[in-house]
Ligand binder design. Structure first.
Ligand code: ING
Length: 311
């Protein structure tokens, strides 16, 4: 019996600072209803889907920074999303900014959760690869202050059983790092959900601008193929607080092929029927890690120690 999951990538257009969380949730619920009508089992929302991507500008006031974070999940504003998902019996992946007090101290994370069709949180991930920098760079047209506003995720890359398969998560810049996929691949992941906020312009390396979409797809197609897993990448797109962000949401098969993609930079649903067994033949042949992968024989020093590998 094939394990086919109908997946809806719910790309969002910009969310401005003046837009309320309630307005963002309303947009997400509209996409959720459309996804359900198309038979979707799970809907995937972007990174930081409840608010504007505030790491793009400098905020000095601590309380103002905290205003972009959720103190609990479901939060008051996101509860309607959980309620509607439960009513429709559809699962979802949601990126949001998390305030955590579990250790007694206040900690801020760039977080994502996976919620099953009963509205229960299956798993949580906190972004590990934080791009950007800590100190404001006033000369730049916009910032990336994720290293200032977030701590490095402390939950690792974990896979969970859900939706009849093995599911994993990562967030945005994580998709550019092969380790993110491989750690999940070593857990036999079959589908990875990720959201992103990716500017079209790179202030400090403008020569990279022309390859933004190529690198977006390359990263996810390589990760999918080399770990025989589905990858669902979902953008927050369009001009958000003056920063033009790429769209390009995609659903990538374990073969590395893009099976569906967004055509706009607005709210847009991208739907595909995903056979969770499609990666099996690769996991049993080309990417049979037990048979072919030889970590103990890799002569290169994994950490950048400057050592020249023996010839
Ligand atoms: N954004 C960007 C991303 O990784 C970036 C930052 C863009 C880094 C391009 C390097 C190159 O897609 C987030 N939020 O990680």
């Amino acid at each position: 019996m094939p394990r086919v999951l109908t997946v809806a990538a719910a790309q969002l257009g910009p969310i401005q600072r003046s837009d309320s969380r309630a307005a963002a949730v309303e947009r997400m619920i509209a996409l959720m209803r459309e996804a359900k009508a198309m038979g979707a089992d799970v809907i995937v929302y972007p990174e930081a889907a409840l608010t504007a991507f505030f790491p793009h500008w400098f905020i000095s006031d601590d309380r103002e920074i905290d205003s972009y974070f959720e103190r609990e999940m479901p939060s008051t504003d996101s509860k309607p999303l959980f309620d509607e998902a439960r009513r429709l019996k559809i699962g979802f992946h949601l990126g949001y900014c998390e305030l955590d007090y579990a250790t007694g101290a206040k900690r801020r994370f760039n977080t994502a959760i996976l919620v099953d069709k009963q509205g229960e949180i299956i798993g949580k991930y906190r972004k590990i690869h934080l791009p950007g920098y800590v100190e404001n760079r006033p000369g730049a047209p916009f910032q990336n202050l994720e290293k200032r506003y977030f701590e490095v995720g402390d939950l690792g890359f974990r896979a969970w059983r859900g939706f009849g398969g093995v599911m994993g998560m990562m967030i945005c810049n994580d998709r550019r790092w092969p380790e993110s996929y491989r750690v999940l691949g070593l857990q036999d992941v079959e589908m990875i959900f990720l959201g992103y906020n990716t500017p079209a312009h790179h202030p400090f390396t403008p020569e990279h601008d022309r390859l933004g979409h190529f690198h977006n797809e390359l990263s996810m197609q390589a990760g999918a193929y080399q770990n025989a897993t589905w990858v669902v990448g979902v953008a927050k797109a369009g001009v958000e607080e003056g920063v033009d962000q790429i769209g390009g949401s995609v659903i990538v098969a374990p073969t590395g092929e893009i099976v569906a993609r967004a055509l706009t930079n607005a709210d847009e649903l991208v739907v595909a029927r995903c056979d969770l067994d499609l990666g099996r033949s690769y996991k049993e042949s080309t990417f049979n890690f037990a048979k072919h992968r030889r970590v103990e024989h890799y002569k290169m020093i994994v950490e950048r120690t400057g050592a020249i590998p023996p010839n």
